[in-house]
Design a protein around this ligand. Structure first.
Ligand code: HAM
Length: 418
């Protein structure tokens, strides 16, 4: 049998065929929470192409993502890449259409993204990512709004301040740190990438890499340990405190972000136990729209991306995956084949009214039909019957209370909706 490509997923409906399978129902649950929370914050949904010109990513996202691109030459000889992230796309969209929108613009999207990564826990070659971005505001009130949204998305999924924390940092603080040590601004991104990897890398390796930029390892760790908030970070902390969200954040300069385009406050969401990779990451990227538009549009921007992979793993471990068992409202039992046509009429009417209705497609023993109704977790069964005078009635049974009613077919809909 042909297997799927490594790093890609099949999503099955519940009940799952095995414990490693990915659940389409869980994915839907996550998407619903993502959309619903973004809506509460006044964000509007957008989307873009899954394949983009390769050039959109080279130089803008930074070497790490470029090394992971799924890129190829298309049949029209264009160098293209499957989107590894949404930010360059949305920057282009805003640069093209910003005049049509009032500022600040608040947009979200749920793209599937593709990165040719080394296989590891929490990292696949495709993932879905909630992207929430805000355009046209430089005040840290915007940074606080975006971080609050990130917190509330995770809260909407049932996670609490005991489960996760947002680590807040500042690229500007790091830029000043580097400049104060005589760092060449041309090599600042190289420096950020070393700091970004420090938590996961052998200190000996980090020390050597930093030495090449004439920065001392201990100097960096002292700066991280102090994590003295910048004035604008303090504004964000105060703003979040006023919302009652102080417990969800901490200033932590150990975060710096691996992508090239960040310019200001940056942040990452992690589980408190530190057992997983980042749940989400983002920050301010005030220069990207200018770069993408070739200098035509200048607009401050910030946002975050939250992936579904680590999130689903964390929800499972915390027991926060809801039950997806009851997907059927009613099963129509067809026990008398001469009533199949009338049964189909009732089924259609109830489906038109919004009910999820199941029935046996072909003649099936009545005990089997009933067993199936129980397996499906249906709330009711309905069975058409012919009365003595040849009239058709419906025996409606509530499977929870075991209560039974006999009704004219025309009244079933009202009985179920009532
Ligand atoms: P990122 O940190 O590369 O940021 O990705 C954000 C999140 O997406 C990560 O924290 C992780 O949950 C998930 N993720 C990334 N790569 C993978 C992967 N290979 N497998 C599974 N999950 C993954 C960005 O992409 C920025 N564009 C986010 C952003 C939006 N910044 C501003 N606006």
């Amino acid at each position: 049998m042909m297997d799927r490509l490594p790093g890609f997923r099949d999503f099955y409906p519940e009940p799952l065929p095995n414990s490693d399978a990915w659940s389409a129902d869980l994915r839907q649950h996550i998407f619903r929470c993502w959309r619903e929370t973004a809506r509460r914050y006044g964000f509007r949904e957008y989307d873009g192409p899954p394949v983009e010109p390769l050039e959109l990513y080279t130089n803008k996202s930074g070497s790490e993502i470029v090394a992971q691109l799924f890129n190829f030459v298309d049949k029209g000889e264009r160098a293209v890449a499957m989107r590894p992230e949404m930010t360059p796309t949305v920057a282009r969209m805003i640069a093209t259409a910003e005049r049509a929108y009032r500022k600040p613009v608040k947009w979200f999207s749920l793209p599937q993204l593709f990165r040719y990564e080394k296989q590891q826990k929490g990292r696949l070659r495709e993932h879905f990512q909630l992207n929430c971005d805000l355009f046209g505001e430089t005040d840290p009130a915007a940074d606080a709004e975006v971080v609050a949204l990130l917190i509330d998305v995770l809260r909407a999924l049932g996670l609490t301040s005991e489960d996760f924390v947002i680590r807040l940092s500042s690229r500007q603080a790091w830029q000043r740190f580097f400049a104060a040590r005589g760092g060449d601004s041309e090599r600042a991104y190289e420096f950020y990438q070393i700091v970004d990897k420090m938590e996961r890398e052998d200190p000996v390796v980090s020390t050597a890499k930093l030495a090449a930029l004439r920065v001392l390892y201990e100097d960096v760790t002292t700066f991280v340990t102090a994590s003295q908030p910048e004035p604008e970070l303090q504004c964000v902390l105060d703003n979040l405190g006023a919302r009652g969200l102080a417990d969800f954040v901490k200033v932590d300069y150990g975060v710096i972000r691996g992508l090239a385009y960040y310019t200001g406050i940056v942040f990452e969401a992690f589980d408190r136990k530190g057992a997983f990779r980042a749940l989400a990451g983002g920050g301010r990227y005030d220069q990207l729209i200018r770069q993408v538009s070739g200098g035509k549009v200048d607009m401050p921007a910030l946002g975050f991306g939250m992936g579904d992979v680590v999130l689903a793993e964390l929800l499972k471990v915390r027991g926060l995956v809801p039950s997806f068992a009851n997907t059927v409202d009613l099963v129509v039992l067809v026990e008398d084949e001469t009533l199949r046509a009338a049964s189909l009429g009732l089924i259609s009417e109830l489906r038109d009214a919004g009910k999820a209705v199941e029935y046996a497609l072909t003649p099936t023993k009545s005990d089997k039909q009933f067993k199936r109704a129980l397996e499906l977790g249906a709330r009711h069964t309905a069975r058409l019957e012919r009365s003595g005078e040849g009239q058709i009635t419906v025996r409606l049974k509530n499977l929870q209370t075991r209560e039974e009613k006999i009704l004219p077919a025309a009244e079933v809909k009202a009985a179920l909706l009532g």
